[in-house]
Design a protein around this ligand. Structure first.
Ligand SMILES: Nc1ccn([C@H]2C[C@H](O)[C@@H](COP(=O)(O)O)O2)c(=O)n1
Ligand SMILES: [Zn+2]
Length: 164
């Protein structure tokens, strides 16, 4: 029997895990997931956007509009921040797979953590001040970033025991 040919590439596998992690997010507008791997292609951390531990989803707002304190923005932890904090200590030369291009705050954390490469899917905030600052910081620190162009747009996961 020949080997399967439609298996996931490494990039699809790690981005798949990032996107699946994003499905844990309770943000009604944008769900972001991130997965960090080391130089041996071992997963060393994962995370998604959400409020900090102990800060109730019922108490804090998920809105995007209104006064600053009426929105999610001052309260939500970004997927990249959570993935870094959830990971092993030393992230030197690691790669982060993330659904959305990192904002300027996450770019700073990525640089400081030692991560050297970012693979992302969407850059929907391209051109905003945060996005431009992020790229200035990453370029200056020599952190490479690449948009993943997947071979397949969907990875289907079934939890049906009969299909294993
Ligand atoms: N690289 C990023 C960018 C954003 N996030 C989070 C922060 C918010 O929960 C959401 C963005 O909300 P929007 O303004 O699109 O309604 O995504 C992140 O985790 N990582
Ligand atoms: Zn961010």
């Amino acid at each position: 029997m020949n080997k399967r040919e439609d298996y996931l590439s490494w990039d699809e596998y790690f981005m798949g895990i990032a996107v699946l992690s994003g499905q844990r997010s309770k943000d009604p507008s944008t769900q972001v997931g991130a997965c960090i791997i080391n130089e041996d292609k071992k997963i060393v951390g994962a995370g998604y956007n959400g409020f900090p531990k102990g800060c109730s989803d019922e108490e804090f707002p998920w809105g995007r509009e209104g006064g600053f304190l009426e929105t999610k923005y001052p309260f939500v932890m970004h997927a990249e921040q959570n993935a870094i904090l959830n990971s092993i200590k030393n992230l030197k030369n690691c790669t982060i797979y993330v659904g959305l291009f990192p904002c300027h705050e996450c770019a700073k954390s990525i640089i400081q953590s030692g991560i050297k490469k970012i693979v992302y899917l969407s850059d929907k905030y391209n051109g905003t001040d945060s996005n431009r600052a992020s790229k200035m910081l990453l370029d200056s620190a020599g952190v490479k970033y690449t948009k993943l162009i997947p071979r397949k747009m969907e990875i289907c996961i079934s939890l049906d025991e009969n299909l294993i």
